[in-house]
Write a protein that binds this ligand. Structure first.
Ligand SMILES: [Zn+2]
Length: 702
């Protein structure tokens, strides 16, 4: 018995072990399944929440709707609005709801149809029959856009009528969206750009800063719970950031006004201006004659007749649009001419190739390679003995060629590169070109010679203006830029785009000398016309003959700064192929610069000098260098020469390009030497096209 009992007990114990193992296994499997379910649910809720919500919503009658974000504003440095987005309303018809029936005395009626139709025709410019037709054609439809982009003032009265007690208006609602508007129409069009397809930035700041300007759409979810109560969940939209431009709308407007006036009075193939702050690389204004209405960017009627537009192929029309959309100041390559000379001279001074006060002799020409015709100076009979300062003042090619030859390819290439030529400046705008310079190994004697006076290489306006900033501000090269701050929708600064100092190109000592040379060029030399009474301005003219295959085609320019003591502004003006039989007159660019500076200086807080400018300058000179006192005395002659030449060139009726070259105070005689083929334009067009094809959502900054 005992044994048997023991056996039984043992048996039971054995059985319990088996049971335990089985139970554990079942429990384990269930646990694993539960765990998998939890994981799956978590995944559905968190990782794929939106899809899950949509799935839930699709099983309900009520769906979710998008709450659009507001694209951020673009404002100028003083807060003036350049681009903004206003809320507009699309009127949506819901025929199914309008046609809702009620049974009265056993008969089905549609009590909302007529009152809603009447209200629509009363408050909006819609036709009764047309709306009625929609109800007849699509009685079960719930979403038909009847009117687009209404402003709030246009829908206010209707909304009140609909909300009034006892109103029988139903089945009409307003869908919100935003509309991009540009309050100043054409102003700063090259810098601002425009949007298409809702919030896609094209050109300008709209493109470069697209990701800052755009926000994130919100969503409103609604569904009926078990008791058929409407539950709403709102995920608010995140509005886009405001982009603060360095542009000063006042200055921009003045610049554009003068370009317009110039184009009306005289006219040219192109006229363009950049105004920059040399102390940080900020662009204050940038404009060309090809401005377009940002509120209607596809309109070509400003530049073509309706007949011409009608005759265009689609490709021609796009080319014409690219032409007005592209920013001339950053996208056009051209030969700069003599405005390039100060950079070469600065390099020579910096490397002790020359010293302030050094004398050179101009005999009117320079033989570069034996057996090849010499390159002539602007003054074919020769300027005679010149200091290097006078060489800049009189724009002597001969001296520049001698200096460049002494400098050699290595140094010239180094400074050409450090000054930012032959590469993009990195300005925060799309479509920038980089110009074409000679590589170090290509800089043989001839290329050295032509580069020294700004021919044979191509540049963009923004490269030239930025290089001038570095030349006069103590030698510091700043990356040019058009935006300096990002603010959130509440106006708090979230990011600053500080001035980027890329390098010191020349020493402050060299910079001081160049400022003086350029100052005297305006005071006593070839750039006198640019002078504005009472202000101390420095600068250099350029008259570059274009290698288009045509004779006598010129691009004239002025590149200057003010005030002399403490430069606050750099101005660069170019006039391309002026409407004049004699295009080689830098006076056109000088006059345009003069008129602009005269009007913008008060806005920039640049004060008139209380002391006599010339005296200040010669005092400065005698302090720095005894030899240059001589220069100050000599300038009497220079002034006469310059004045005479200016007068001659203005009066000149002779249209032969031969004599035009001889008489022009500016510029070299490039003989029959073709430096570059003229494929630049074709390249730009290709670049623009490829830019257009790029995904405009891409961030272009930095
Ligand atoms: Zn000369």
């Amino acid at each position: 018995m005992i044994r048997g009992k023991r056996n039984k007990a043992k048996k039971i114990k054995k059985f319990t072990h088996q049971m335990q193992a089985k139970t554990l296994l079942v429990f384990g499997v269930v646990l694993l399944l539960l765990l998998a379910l939890v994981v799956r649910l978590t995944y559905l809720r968190n990782e794929d929440g939106e899809r899950y919500s949509k799935k839930v919503l699709s099983q309900q009658t009520y769906s979710s709707s998008v709450i659009p974000y507001r694209r951020g504003d673009i404002i100028d440095r003083n807060g003036s609005v350049l681009a903004t987005s206003i809320k507009v309303y699309n009127l949506i018809l819901d025929p199914k709801t309008i046609l809702e029936t009620k049974t009265v005395d056993g008969a089905k009626t549609t009590p909302y149809r007529e009152p809603t139709l009447q209200a629509l025709t009363t408050y909006f410019d819609v036709n009764y029959d047309e709306v009625n037709q929609i109800l007849t054609d699509k009685p079960t439809n719930q979403y038909t856009v009847l009117l687009k982009q209404l402003e709030y003032s246009e829908i206010k009265d209707f909304e009140e009528a609909m909300a009034a007690k006892g109103s029988k208006i139903q089945g009409v609602w307003f869908e919100e969206e935003y509309k991009r508007i540009y309050p100043n129409n054409t102003a700063a069009s090259d810098i601002i750009g425009f949007t298409s397809a809702g919030n896609v930035g094209n050109w300008g700041i709209e493109q470069t800063y697209n990701s800052y300007l755009n926000g994130t759409n919100g969503r409103e979810y609604g569904y009926f719970d078990n008791e058929l109560n409407l539950e709403r969940t709102v995920k608010p939209a995140v509005d886009g950031d405001t982009v603060v431009s360095t542009i000063d709308l006042n200055i921009q407007t003045i610049v554009e006004k003068h370009i317009d006036k110039f184009m009306k009075d005289i006219g040219a193939k192109n006229a363009a201006v950049i105004i920059m702050d040399p102390n940080n690389g900020e662009i204050l204004a940038m404009a060309s004659d090809k401005q377009y209405d940002l509120n209607d960017p596809f309109d070509l009627t400003k530049y073509y007749t309706k007949k011409e537009i009608k005759a265009m192929t689609e490709e021609e029309r796009l080319n014409a649009l690219y032409d007005i959309w592209k920013n001339f100041a950053i996208a056009q390559n051209y030969e700069p001419g003599s405005t390039f000379k100060p950079f070469v001279m600065a390099a020579a001074l910096e490397e002790d190739i020359v010293e302030d006060g050094d004398h050179y002799y101009c005999d009117g020409k320079q033989t570069i390679v034996e057996g090849i015709k010499p390159i002539r100076c602007v003054n074919r009979s020769g300027h005679g003995d010149l200091t290097i300062e006078e060489a800049i003042m009189k724009s002597c090619n001969d001296v520049m060629m001698q200096v460049a030859a002494k400098m050699g390819r290595k140094t010239l290439w180094k400074y050409q590169t450090n000054y930012g030529f032959g590469r993009k400046t990195g300005i925060d705008l799309p479509g920038e070109e980089k110009g074409q310079t000679f590589a170090e190994e290509q800089l043989n004697a001839f290329e050295l010679a032509t580069t020294s006076f700004g021919q044979g290489l191509t540049v963009t306006m923004v490269q030239m203006a930025s290089a001038m900033c570095a030349t006069v501000n103590g030698g510091y090269y700043y990356t040019p830029h058009v935006v300096n701050k990002i603010q959130n929708a509440e106006g708090a600064t979230v990011e600053t785009k500080d001035a980027v100092l890329s390098k010191q190109v020349i020493s402050t000592k060299t910079s001081d000398l160049l400022r003086r040379y350029l100052y005297n060029t305006v005071e006593e030399g070839t750039a006198k016309v640019a002078g504005v009474e009472g202000y101390s301005i420095g600068g250099k003219t350029g008259t570059a003959e274009k290698h288009t295959g045509e004779e006598g085609v010129y691009l004239v320019s002025f590149l200057g700064y003010a005030p002399y003591d403490n430069p606050q502004v750099v101005i660069y003006t170019i006039v391309d192929e002026v409407n004049d039989e004699n295009q080689a007159q830098s006076s056109y660019a000088l006059k345009l610069s003069h008129d602009i500076m005269d009007e913008i200086f008060p806005f920039l807080g640049i004060l008139k000098d209380s002391t006599d400018d010339a005296k200040t300058a010669s005092d400065d000179k005698s302090k720095k260098d005894d030899a240059s006192t001589q220069t100050a005395d000599d300038t009497t002659d220079t002034e006469e020469d310059a004045a005479q030449t200016e007068e001659e060139s203005t009066k000149k009726e002779d249209t032969s390009s031969e004599s035009s070259n001889e008489d022009s105070d500016e510029e070299n005689d490039t003989e029959n030497y073709n430096f570059l083929d003229d494929s630049a334009d074709e390249q730009i067009k290709k670049e623009i096209e490829s830019n257009q094809n790029q995904d405009t959502d891409e961030e272009g900054v930095e």
